[in-house]
Design a protein around this ligand. Structure first.
Ligand SMILES: *Cc1c(COP(=O)(O)O)cnc(C)c1O
Length: 381
């Protein structure tokens, strides 16, 4: 991980402030763990720099809240996490290959084995070390992404020597439609997962894992032994369309660089896609698409200043956006004043809707130029 992932971070001349509330992350972890009940362990997915919020501070807060099992996508992420959590179980979704096997073992990471080539790479590493290595096995149940096919599952069950030298911690799969509880694919994937578990029984795999954030809100049949929520920990609604059971975690504020009152009607921004009328007041904010404020938010996002809703007008530029602040008293729109882009009145899911995307993409796109602050979790903000 580059040092830019360390937190908090001061950026000279920053045009925006990103605040993550680590107590809210911990509260969300407890909400999910409570919903699962004592029969299932609640893990945490912290891939992609904990969905853009900062791997280290977020993971420490989760560990303090009682989380013991963490999931990342890459070996690199697992190694970075190991240096701050020496005792946690760290699973690597994308698995292992000949290049990463030695490092994976040396840092005590547990790869998810997704195909026979990964099983070979990991058993070869176990032979080289002369000691058993832990692994999780993924089975493909309906996403057509990663995991052993039904035929590969059968082949493995017939030839358990294929995993000689490995201690298989769990079998997992991933739901494609968990955020749509009535979608028939949920039951179909559950059926195929249960079938794979049955076929793999001779291998003596102790645990199973299926549910992501939305899966935690399906019925208990989907929970199994270990859940893998990510998005819900960070405030994204795991039940889209219904009220959000999660606490909001981030606030994003943009800084006003300049405000002008229009005396002659004029076009705003690239492509002249908005026309300001005489008397309008337009504020220019130091946040743009290079900061993850997606260009698809042009003429569609809204923001708030002191609780007053104001529209983003014109196109989003690389470093700047323009907002019509005519409705806001002039004192609140001077250079240096702050505009709430994501916050309690305008949560991440709302901004995502305005961009035509999902909260996941908004969070993971948030850039490196914000001044980052953390609240709670014992962090010095
Ligand atoms: C990212 C990921 C998760 C977490 O999903 P959320 O929807 O963010 O809870 C769980 N499992 C796998 C395999 C993933 O890739």
């Amino acid at each position: 991980m580059p040092p830019s992932d360390a937190a908090p971070r001061h950026v000279r001349g920053a045009g925006g402030y990103l605040t993550a509330d680590l107590d809210a992350v911990a509260a969300n972890y407890r909400t999910l763990a409570d919903r699962l009940g004592p029969a299932s362990e609640c893990g945490a997915v912290v891939k992609a720099d904990a969905y853009g919020l900062g791997l280290e501070p977020v993971s420490r807060a989760l560990a303090a809240a009682g989380c013991r099992s963490f999931f990342v996508a890459l070996t690199e992420e697992g190694v970075a996490l190991r240096s701050c959590l020496p005792d946690a179980a760290i699973y690597v979704f994308n698995g292992v290959d000949a290049e990463t096997a030695a490092e994976t073992a040396a840092h005590g990471l547990v790869p998810v084995l997704n195909h026979p080539g990964q099983i070979e790479a990991w058993t070869a590493q176990a032979r080289a070390r002369g000691a058993p290595l832990p692994a999780m096995v993924q089975v493909e149940t309906g996403m057509t992404r990663l995991g052993l096919s039904a035929a590969e599952v059968e082949a493995l069950a017939r030839d358990p020597d294929g995993v000689a030298g490995l201690s298989l911690d769990a079998v997992m799969s991933h739901l494609a439609c968990a955020d749509e509880p009535a979608h028939p694919q949920n039951a179909e994937q559950l059926r195929r997962f249960e079938e794979a578990i049955k076929v793999l029984r001779p291998l003596g795999i102790a645990r199973a894992s299926l549910a992501n954030s939305s899966g935690v809100f399906l019925d208990a049949a989907y929970h199994f032994d270990l859940a893998r929520p990510g998005a819900a920990l960070y405030g994204i609604n795991p039940r889209p369309g219904g009220p959000n059971p999660m606490a909001q975690v981030i606030t994003l504020q943009g800084k006003i660089l300049q405000t002008r009152t229009i005396d002659t009607p004029s076009a705003v921004g690239y492509g002249a896609t908005h026309r300001a009328r005489r008397g309008d007041r337009i504020a220019t904010i130091g946040v743009g698409y290079a900061d993850g404020f997606l260009r698809s938010l042009s003429n569609s996002a809204c923001a708030t200043i002191g609780g007053i809703r104001v529209p983003v007008v014109g196109r989003v530029s690389m470093d700047l956006i323009t907002i019509d602040v005519t409705a806001v008293p002039a004192e609140a729109t001077r250079p240096g004043a702050l505009v709430d882009l994501i916050g309690p009145e305008h949560p991440v899911d709302d901004l995502a809707r305005e961009a035509g995307t999902i909260g996941y993409e908004i969070l993971t796109a948030l850039g490196r130029r914000f001044e980052r602050r953390y609240l709670g979790g014992g962090a010095a903000s």
